[in-house]
Ligand binder design. Structure first.
Ligand code: NAD
Length: 252
């Protein structure tokens, strides 16, 4: 592995092999970032996402790191490899997430904790590791992928909602803790976005959801990636500790 400290800012995106995360990687590459694609160990190597990032802005450096972000040792490996390769990390997007839905009265403890560990504990571990680098740089952006379920709750998603609400508390505390070091921390709360995660919803559930969305349709990954690109940009330097909803008016 080469040890380059370059002038190009670096964005580390978890769960970037598909869906919203892949679109965030592409969008940030186009905006001038070198990219660290963190993909789940069980998934195919996302060479397509890497090549798309490189095509969008020739010269973009992209590395792919397989990891289970719910494991501390994997997160350490990810951040060490990023440091060894690029010598910096400017933006961390904690995007990796899972659902394991079910009614709370029938939900196993494993069903609860696996979602908490993947969605919330992972964000704490990666943030904590990256903050040490960002604090030295006196610059950094952390963006956590929450959900409207974390703001308003959702039946059948006690585990998921708790993890996404936890991300909001993490966001606000880190924003207060790290503001004096010029590090901003924000959260995004998407509604229904067309990805593999929502593809498994039944037609009936999708129809009912669309009926509640002011814009009358599901969002696209690019709708979420656009706000991430803004929060990662210099224009967002004075925004921290916020939860920005991207839901087409679902919760109005
Ligand atoms: P997705 O299932 O397509 O993508 C999730 C990504 O996370 C995948 O790349 C997956 O491999 C990765 N991942 C899962 N567990 C992991 C682990 N242990 N280690 C490393 N990577 C892991 O879903 P998506 O819709 O693109 O979701 C992205 C994020 O947005 C998630 O946090 C999700 O909760 C959130 N979100 C999605 C929606 C939606 O409607 N799609 C709405 C609100 C919030």
């Amino acid at each position: 592995m080469t040890n380059v400290t370059s002038d190009t800012p670096v964005a580390l995106v978890s769960g970037a092999s598909r869906g919203i995360g892949a679109e965030i990687a592409r969008t940030l590459a186009a905006k001038g970032f070198d990219i660290v694609i963190v993909y789940y160990t069980t998934e195919p190597v996302p060479t397509d996402v890497k090549e798309e990032c490189e095509k969008l802005r020739p010269g973009t450096k992209v590395i792919m790191i397989p990891a289970d972000v719910s494991l501390e040792e994997d997160c350490k490996r990810v951040v060490n490899l990023t440091k060894d390769t690029f010598g910096r990390v400017d933006v961390l997007v904690n995007n990796a997430g899972i659902t394991r839905d079910g009614l709370a009265m029938r939900m196993s403890v494993d069903q609860f904790t696996s979602v908490i560990n993947t969605n919330l504990t992972s964000a704490f571990i990666l943030s904590s590791l990256c903050l040490a680098i960002m604090a030295r740089q006196k610059h950094g952006r952390i963006i956590n992928m929450s959900s409207v379920s974390g703001v308003y709750g959702n039946p059948g998603q006690a585990n998921y909602s708790a993890s996404k609400a936890g991300l909001i508390g993490l966001t606000k505390s880190l924003a207060k803790e790290m503001g004096s070091r010029n590090i901003t921390v924000n959260a995004i709360a998407p509604g229904f976005i067309e990805t593999p995660m929502t593809a498994s919803l039944s037609e009936e559930v999708k129809k009912a959801a669309i009926g509640r969305i002011a814009l009358g349709r599901f969002g696209q990954p690019k709708d979420v990636a656009a706000i991430i690109a803004f929060l990662a940009s210099d224009d967002a330097a004075y925004i921290t500790g916020q939860v920005i909803e991207v839901s087409g008016g679902l919760t109005l």
